[in-house]
Write a protein that binds this ligand. Sequence first.
Ligand code: NAD
Length: 497
Amino acid sequence: MSDLTLQDWVARAQSLTIEGRAFIDGAYVDAADGNTRPTQNPATGEVLAQVASCGPVDSDRAVASAKAVFEAGTWSNLAPAERKKVMVRWAELIEANAEELALLESLDVGKPISDTLNVDVPAAARTIRWSGEAIDKFYDQVAPTPHDTLALVTRLPLGVVAAIVPWNFPFSTTAWKIAPAIATGNSVVLKPASNTPLTALRVAGLAKEAGLPDGVLQVLPGPGGSLGSHLAKHMDVEGLTFTGSTPVGKMLMGYAGESNLKRTFLELGGKSPNIVFADANLEKAAAMAATAVFYNGGQTCTAGTRLLVQRSIHDEFMAKVIEHAQGWMPGNPLDPATSMGPMVDEAQYNTVAEYVRIGCDEGATLAFGGKRVEVTAGGYYHEPTIFTGANNQMRIAQEEIFGPVMTVIPFDTEAEAIAIANDSIFGLAGAVWSRDINVAHRVAKAVRVGTMGINNYFGGDMTVPFGGFKQSGNGRDKSMHAFDDYTELKTTWVEFD
Ligand code: NAD
């Protein structure tokens, strides 16, 4: 915990040095054509920094450097125990610079400083340390073959991996990608979201300081359409790891097919069901129902945006949820007391406002919120918002809004709850609340999602895999299962004379 006040953070923000250049081949450089793009503070709309806007020339240069270092074996053939040392040092440097990184992330994304300091930055450090520490304990296999043979099943890194990440958890999703990719010996070219590049640029410099060889991690800020697609189609990129929206994920699968069938792993959108039965601990469930949607302003892929409530407790339960929603009114992200900041930019604010209009037009009841809030001049703040009386066919129940908007759907029976939960193109996360172990486990098993909570929401840590079913993606971040996405299996079959 930090005892810095709002005034302290504002003062630090004013004297912060922001690196906006790309990181290629171990050095900060301008884009080849000198192009830049401003990155804005969503709390004020002010320009924070001019950031390099890279294009295909920069991307070719970064991929060539990543490929050269991979082929030289400087990192890819380094003993796992040596790779571990560098990654642990890197995690320590992140921790040593935690306040600066947290401030950068808050300014760039609009996230509350208490979240960036206590959640995002520690999560990124832990991911890098955990992956480094795991890599020298990760054994390959000997297959159960006939006695005059020996069959080795070994894992080899892919080569150059392109990582493309979104703006909602820029630092932690970056770590989820680069840590297992680098631990397993790959070289990475990272493209942060064009509106939130700052912590990724800073962490690349820390990686160099920790001893990561030049070319193993490069960061190219720039637009998705031109730079991202160029990387995704690149013939020297062997792996593509992506977190972002489902439509862009589908395009990336296409690019891989058009080019070299690079291994492509996607973490995409969600519309996650949070199912509350009448026998649940209603106090805890109500508090978490609000957290599940309003945390990070609802800009969370796993947000529990569809709240399914058993009809017999609906009114009593929703009164409690609305009480908790009042605790999520937006505030200045640099105030340590703030729980929810602004939307990341004007476009995202407009999307949220448009869905509030759609929900009203569809006939749902606006039970709480729904309006813009003025916290700091120029900021894109939206109230926590709750629609009751919805059904699962409405657009506000089917489409990912990516804002602080909860859609509440009543149900009567367990079978009905499961059917509603599964009636979605997505399958990322969900939760069930019940004191009956049979109901809880039956429902948890039947709901087709990658992560399901029982009597909690947002449960999980670095030890468990994270990813989606259906159109929420493939592949898995976190845990040793993440290593599968960044390695090829090789069989070596030996016969004895
Ligand atoms: P987005 O898909 O618009 O952008 C993600 C990244 O892809 C950005 O870096 C963007 O520049 C890049 N991009 C855009 N078009 C591209 C193209 N044609 N080719 C290559 N790259 C391209 O997503 P966003 O708006 O930044 O993030 C929000 C989305 O991310 C939501 O759908 C959310 O659910 C999802 N998300 C998923 C997870 C998960 O783990 N499943 C986690 C966080 C966010």
